[in-house]
Design a protein around this ligand. Structure first.
Ligand SMILES: *Cc1c(COP(=O)(O)O)cnc(C)c1O
Length: 383
């Protein structure tokens, strides 16, 4: 029943994939806010699972969620997407689908904190162990592989210092050994990077970030081939049961309409701000994959189409109180976790791995870039 043309461009997928105006001609599909679907006959009930197009129970599938899943699968270039109630639900399902007792994981240091916490503190209870590596160094990843390694988990670029991993090289060494590769693609979104096209097996998202884009839903996604997604959906998906609510799925469909437009604006503003910060006396270092000074230009060119709206900088002033004062002086940037939404955010962070130095990590929102630059300059002046 769904419509999709593999030749459609990114923006057309966002508007048309999985939609055919079948609901009374409505251009926006309804929210099927229902936990179950009923049948008129005993026969239909008995055969309910043999026909793919009958709906049964919302933990299994739901027509509203299905539209969002089909769009995200097409955007990532995968056959199948499963949406979850959070990024962590998607990540734990994906990782657990590729492990059993005795398995070993190799994970980049730059991965999202709770992802590492899962591997470090929860999976060992089931006999799964993890080695952390500097993901920038492909040799270090190779050296960490063991006979029991079943997963290489990467996040490129990371979300604080934007380390870039050499995805094609990692994929090659994984394939030679039958290891599953999982990539967290939340930072770039499919608009700027499509890891499946580089050979990665499973892509996961905190769809709370750019895919959602409005800071009003918490959502996760796992995308891959039909073959890999089927057991993931039937086991971790249905049995751990971390599904997305139909209303949140409907908001996700709304969000995807403007994903390309939002990403371009986030990127354009972030680039202007990064260039402004590079020239600023009060800034000693700027981290942004969209700057020509990023150390991994070759990898960026080979695997990314652009950089998103996340920037980190090291202020020249290094007293904690000054860094706090800077963040508190901003009027448009708010202090808060998460990122990828319409609103700009800035957080002060001190990093033990970087000798306890202070940094400011910013998510550049959709405000006028002149206003954001003026806001930053005023905050620098106040310190
Ligand atoms: C936020 C985040 C997650 C976790 O997603 P939730 O939706 O908060 O569960 C995973 N990976 C990255 C890179 C994130 O920033």
């Amino acid at each position: 029943m769904s419509t999709h043309d593999p030749n459609w461009g990114f923006e057309t997928v966002c508007q048309h994939t999985a939609e055919d105006y079948r609901f009374e001609g409505a251009v926006v599909p309804p929210i099927f806010q229902t936990s179950l679907f009923t049948y008129e006959t005993g026969e239909a009930f008995e055969n309910r699972l043999s026909d793919e197009m009958t709906w049964d129970y919302t933990r299994v599938s739901n027509p509203t969620t299905d539209i969002a899943e089909k769009k995200i699968a097409a955007l990532e270039g995968g056959e199948k997407c499963r949406l979850f109630g959070s990024g962590m639900a998607a990540i734990s399902a994906a990782v657990m689908s590729a492990c059993k007792a005795g398995s070993h994981i190799v994970c980049t240091n730059a991965a999202y904190g709770p992802t590492k916490y899962l591997m470090q503190h929860m999976l060992p209870r089931f006999g799964v162990t993890t080695t952390y590596v500097d993901g920038r160094d492909t040799d270090e990843i190779r050296d960490a592989l063991r006979d029991e390694t079943t997963v290489i988990y990467i996040e490129s670029p990371g979300s604080f210092f934007f380390d870039i991993q050499d995805i094609p090289a990692i994929v090659q060494m994984a394939r030679e050994r039958g290891i599953v590769t999982i990539a967290d693609n939340s930072n770039c979104s499919p608009y700027y990077q499509r890891p499946l096209s580089l050979g990665v097996d499973l892509v996961v998202h905190s769809a709370t970030k750019y895919l959602g884009g409005h800071s009003d839903i918490v959502c996760g996604a796992a995308i891959g081939s039909r073959e890999r997604m089927k057991p993931l959906i039937e086991m971790e998906g249905l049995l751990l049961g971390g599904i997305l609510d139909p209303f949140a799925a409907w908001l996700m469909i709304r969000s995807l309409r403007t994903l390309a437009l939002r990403m371009e604006r986030h990127a354009e503003s972030a680039r202007a701000i990064a260039e402004h910060l590079v020239r600023h006396d009060a800034v000693s270092k700027v981290y942004y994959p969209g700057l020509p000074t990023h150390p991994h230009q070759d990898r960026i060119r080979a695997q990314m189409r652009g950089a998103s709206g996340l920037i980190t900088f090291r202020p020249a002033f290094q007293e904690k109180q000054s860094v706090y004062r800077f963040c508190e002086s901003l009027r448009l940037f708010q202090i808060g976790v998460s990122w990828g939404g319409h609103e700009s955010l800035a957080i002060p962070v001190s990093v033990p791995e970087k000798a306890g130095k202070w940094y400011v990590r910013m998510s550049i929102g959709l405000e006028s870039v002149q206003d954001l630059i003026a806001d930053l300059d005023a905050a620098f002046a106040s310190v």
